[in-house]
Design a protein around this ligand. Structure first.
Ligand code: SF4
Ligand code: SF4
Length: 463
């Protein structure tokens, strides 16, 4: 009556008690065919996440995100700072793919492949169970374990976090560089070392403290589920028609009202890593991990009833409205993806093996020479050799037709993946200028026969 705390009318969060303190979850492990399949997928992914920076495609890393140099190598192809359009198309394509997969298969990513779930459930949670043991229902730690043994999980967590932080760093600096760095003093490369230390601490906090909070509160993808899913998307759901009215198994069942198949054992709840009761229907906290399916199937097998009281389904099917494979979003997303893939392919196919940009250096915009009848513009050309071989270039002025060009460097050559800036002098007759401007069209050709025309306004007198 005199409780100073205002009690919430209903449970706000599965991990929050009525008084606002955290409900720590110790989910019980439920063995079954889904856990087995997820284990195979998870350990394959852990291996893949670790090896990906070491894998080479065409002599280049499969993934290298070199942020200081603004060079992103993805599947062996290097995107340079000038490839904004390619990167934008790639990112939009990626986002649309995520939308499409979510619309069709719900939170399959969260439950099966997200690094948060994979490392939490298949690396950190097993370490915890190893040191703490599990007793009774709910995966609670065993009371007879000495405290120091329970504490020992933290140094092992730290080691695991250190390994994860180094794996993470390899994506940004490359596996070879990382392997070299680990043999050297951290003082030789303090910034990456600090970043690695920060990521280690972040991983440690994530997997020992935040845990399921990352999925149910922090993750933006998780927050967007209500708009990404539709009624035909695949979800993990409880068959209420078959399960209700639920009730405990009684020996003398004949005298009781006829009950559904759910015996209210609570195993689907105590196994849930986000602490929810799937029997209350689809909830934002459900990450589709399938542990409740395995838990319930084991119960059904024990009491001799058909499996799949909790199963993969969708909201239409649950409401007895049939199924609909063809919905607007599963048609629209692939169409958009096809458009983006075609544009990406077309641009890639027509892409040159070099980039060129004309620049105007600081200083006098122009000077008049030869009795003030010729305008002299000093400009620069920035060239990027996208290949790994040497490349030479030649220039030709297309417009103004009677302009002449001289290159100030002895030779315009770039070695593999090199960027260079070269000085050009353009001499154009004064009569070519209108309102102080004349359009320059410069043909740039490399020694492979590829060419492009660059344009820029030359500056001159207003006549
Ligand atoms: S409700 Fe089931 S599928 Fe969803 S998170 Fe909990 S255990 Fe996993
Ligand atoms: S595990 Fe199955 S039988 Fe047990 S409470 Fe959950 S739905 Fe009911």
């Amino acid at each position: 009556m005199n409780d100073p705390l205002l009690k919430p009318e209903e449970q706000v969060l599965s991990t929050l008690r009525g008084d606002g303190t955290r409900r720590w979850l110790k989910p019980r492990l439920s063995r079954g065919k889904f856990l087995l399949a997820r284990r195979v997928v998870a350990y394959f992914l852990i291996l893949l996440f670790t090896l990906l920076p070491f894998i080479k495609i065409g002599g280049k890393p499969a993934i290298l995100l070199d942020i200081p140099a603004r060079r992103f190598t993805i599947l062996g192809y290097t995107f340079l700072p000038t490839d904004t359009l390619f990167l934008a198309l790639f990112m939009v394509g990626l986002i649309l793919t995520i939308f499409l997969i979510t619309a069709m298969f719900g939170r399959v990513w969260c439950g099966w492949a997200c690094p948060q779930t994979v490392y939490m459930e298949f690396l950190f949670r097993p370490i915890e169970r190893l040191f703490e043991g599990t007793a009774g229902r709910g995966g609670e730690p065993r009371a007879d374990r000495p405290p120091f043994l329970k504490f020992l999980k933290y140094p092992v967590y730290l080691l695991a976090s250190f390994y994860l932080a180094n794996t993470f760093l390899a994506y940004f600096v490359g596996a070879e560089t990382l392997l070299k760095w680990v043999t050297q003093s951290p003082l030789k490369h303090p910034v990456p070392f600090l970043i690695m230390g920060f990521v280690t601490v972040a991983m440690m906090l994530d997997f020992s403290y935040f845990r399921e909070q990352v999925c149910i509160i922090m993750c933006p993808y998780g927050r967007m589920q209500s708009v990404l899913l539709d009624k035909a998307s695949l979800i993990v759901s409880y068959d209420a028609q078959r399960g209700e009215p639920r009730g405990k198994l009684k020996k003398n069942a004949g005298q009781l009202p006829v009950l559904g198949d759910c015996i209210d054992c609570g195993n689907c709840v105590t196994t849930c890593p986000t602490g929810i009761d799937i029997r209350k229907g689809l909830q934002m906290e459900c990450i589709g991990c399938t542990q409740c399916i395995d838990a319930c199937n084991a119960v059904m097998a024990k009491i001799g009833r058909a499996p799949n009281l909790i199963r993969y389904s969708n909201q239409l099917r649950d409401q007895g409205l049939g199924n609909s494979l063809l919905r607007p979003r599963v048609v629209l997303y692939p169409l958009l993806l096809l458009g983006i893939a075609s544009l990406f392919g077309y641009l890639m196919w027509n892409k040159l093996s070099f980039n060129g940009t004309l620049l105007r250096p600081r200083g006098n915009p122009f000077t008049l020479v030869e009795g003030d009848q010729v305008v002299r513009n000093m400009i620069q050309i920035k060239l990027v050799n996208r290949t790994e071989q040497d490349m030479a270039f030649q220039f030709k002025v297309m417009e103004p037709a009677d302009a002449t060009l001289s290159v100030k460097e002895p030779e315009v050559k770039l070695s593999g993946e090199q960027t260079g800036i070269f000085n050009l002098e353009i001499l154009a007759p004064r009569r070519d200028f209108r309102a102080g401007r004349a359009l320059l069209k410069l043909d740039v050709q490399n020694d492979r026969g590829e060419s492009t025309v660059l344009t820029m306004d030359l500056t001159g007198p207003f006549n």
